[in-house]
Ligand binder design. Structure first.
Ligand code: CO
Length: 210
């Protein structure tokens, strides 16, 4: 229980620090939120969303799951996406994967783990779609890094295919979807330069209009 006591201690110290020079900090923050970004990242404890991009509470709307996967049947992810884009009107949706991702690593192997095998199954589909490129990479770590990137690129596309984004674009709302990868070893973020900002960048197979 001592470990938990420490968390409460940390919490009151944090509150003291935040209100020392700004007594109205929490009162103001409790009023409303205006984040400009939705962070769609991995649940990995080493990739704390706000910390790695230096944003304060209220500035970043966050959804995290294992291996930053956006499946078209994931009600939790879709609800976050709809609220962020439709209600909060975020301008940027950032899919941020990370090198060394355990979920992606597991999808590269054949070891059965449990329920998670089903969650990461779609990453195997990403592997299959790029099998030729990936199998041509002799170094296993490099192949792993590349699959991390390809998974991010796929999730950027998956998000662009949702009715949520397509509806926003149809209503002339500006929303950009970005694909980034965080490097655990350096703390640096790499932009994969795969930004999607409108339905014209989506394959016609996935296009839906009202
Ligand atoms: Co991960």
């Amino acid at each position: 229980m001592e470990q938990l006591e420490k968390l409460f201690q940390n919490n009151s110290e944090w509150v003291k620090k935040k209100t020392a020079h700004d007594p109205e900090y929490f009162t103001r923050l409790s009023g409303e939120q205006h984040p400009e970004y939705l962070w769609f990242g991995c649940a990995d404890s080493r990739v704390p969303a706000n910390a790695v991009v230096g944003l304060e509470p209220g500035e970043l709307f966050v959804h995290r799951n294992i291996a930053n996967v956006c499946q078209p049947t994931d009600m939790s992810a879709l609800s976050v996406l709809e609220f962020a884009v439709g209600v909060l009107k975020v301008k940027h949706v950032i899919v941020c994967g990370h090198y060394g991702c355990g979920g992606v690593k597991a999808a590269m192997g054949n070891q059965q783990i449990g329920l998670i095998d089903n969650w990461i199954r779609s990453i195997r589909d990403v592997y299959l779609a790029h099998k030729q490129e990936l199998d041509a990479i002799a170094d296993e770590n490099e192949r792993f890094d590349r699959l991390v990137e390809l998974n991010v690129l796929q999730q950027v596309r998956n998000i662009s295919h949702t009715s949520i984004l397509q509806k926003a674009w149809e209503q002339d709302q500006s929303v950009w979807i970005h694909g980034w990868v965080y490097d655990l070893k350096t703390g640096m973020i790499k932009d994969l330069n795969c930004c999607i900002s409108g339905p014209f960048e989506i394959d016609s197979v996935y296009r839906v209009t009202s």
